[in-house]
Design a protein around this ligand. Sequence first.
Ligand code: AMP
Length: 112
Amino acid sequence: MTLFERIIARQIPADIVYEDDTVLAFRDIKPQAPVHVLIVPKRPIPRIAEAAADDAATLGHLLLKAAEVARQLGLAQGGYRLVFNNGRDGGETVPHLHCHILGGRPLGWPPG
Ligand code: AMP
């Protein structure tokens, strides 16, 4: 069971900001911006590189809900960033697909 499956199963506490049948969104434990939320599919997909055609609806839903969560958390006007870290060089540390929602300050580009 991945760390995020354990959060979904309420075996590990998390500061949940949104939930429906398909996704869960919760605050990152080590925030990199004033707002830093992770949104994950409840049905585990290891990473975007391993997503399959039948994950399309889940992934589309996840992106639309990421924008909704960002709006609810007050990021719509100032802007925000959505990030999927994929694999070692991408900085992925948890093998359960997750979208970082980052905002509340100007974000540098390119990432370090
Ligand atoms: P990544 O490096 O893209 O795989 O992102 C994993 C993220 O999970 C990191 O930003 C961590 O800070 C975050 N994280 C790790 N453990 C927890 C936890 N128990 N609750 C919330 N976020 C976590």
